[in-house]
Write a protein of this length. Structure first.
Length: 232
């Protein structure tokens, strides 16, 4: 199942000019970072490691300008960002779900720099109030040097939960984890706290919970409370 998609148009290898443009974007970010933010961060993580190390500070500076809504004077980092896609090749990057697993699919036709810049300029398509949160995820991606897999997803999300339920629909996951029903669409802060305390008692070893799984369950309950409390 396709969850998020980014199309980056870029110059072909034989062309003397370096140009990039954006194509189709499917970047759900509600609540941030959403699966769209994870995809942008993963594109940065996958391709920034192949960029010249001398360019990384300039990439981070451009990211800050995009997040702050600064007018970006072109060209930047030897690439010109434009609207016209005529004559450009296209790379498509996707985040997909296979059951409860999340998987990235990267297309590598263009240069590493063009892919990173595509992820940065995609942030400009977002509402200004959301850019800083998504830029923070992309910045983490720029600094990642580990494998592209579950550990990266948790790192980008700032969460221990890399499952499809927690990341694709964090609010629904949080409601279910704290024992709310589908009709409990807007529980109060008091009710969230009450359910949290009740479920904590259920999973704690001192009250009969499984000792081996208790620490993971406690982290999940704390994360569920954080998600719901931030939206109540």
């Amino acid at each position: 199942m396709l969850l998020a998609e980014l199309e980056v148009y870029h110059s072909r290898p034989a062309q003397p000019t370096r140009r990039i443009a954006l194509g189709h974007l499917m970047l759900p970010i509600d609540p941030p970072p959403g699966v769209g933010g994870l995809l942008l961060g993963a594109v940065a993580a996958r391709f920034a490691r192949e960029c010249d190390s001398d360019d990384l500070s300039s990439i981070e500076r451009l990211l800050s300008e995009v997040a702050d809504g600064v007018r970006i004077v072109q060209p930047r980092l030897r690439h010109r960002y434009q609207v016209d896609r005529h004559g450009l090749a296209m790379s498509r990057h996707r985040l997909c779900a296979d059951g409860d697993d999340l998987n990235f699919e990267f297309d590598e036709k263009g240069s590493a720099m063009s892919q990173v810049l595509g992820a940065l300029y995609a942030i400009e398509r977002l509402e200004l109030g959301l850019r800083l949160e998504i830029a923070a995820v992309v910045r983490r991606g720029l600094r990642w040097r580990g494998p592209i897999g579950p550990a990266l997803i948790g790192y980008l999300a700032g969460s221990q939960h890399a499952s499809i339920a927690a990341l694709a629909d964090p609010r629904g996951w949080a409601l279910e984890r704290l024992g709310f029903t589908v009709s409990d669409v807007s529980p109060s802060t008091r009710e969230i706290s009450r359910r949290y305390r009740q479920r904590m008692r259920d999973v704690h070893p001192d009250h009969g919970g499984d000792a081996e799984s208790a620490s993971g369950a406690i982290r999940e309950l704390a994360e569920a409370r954080r998600i719901l409390s931030s939206q109540s």
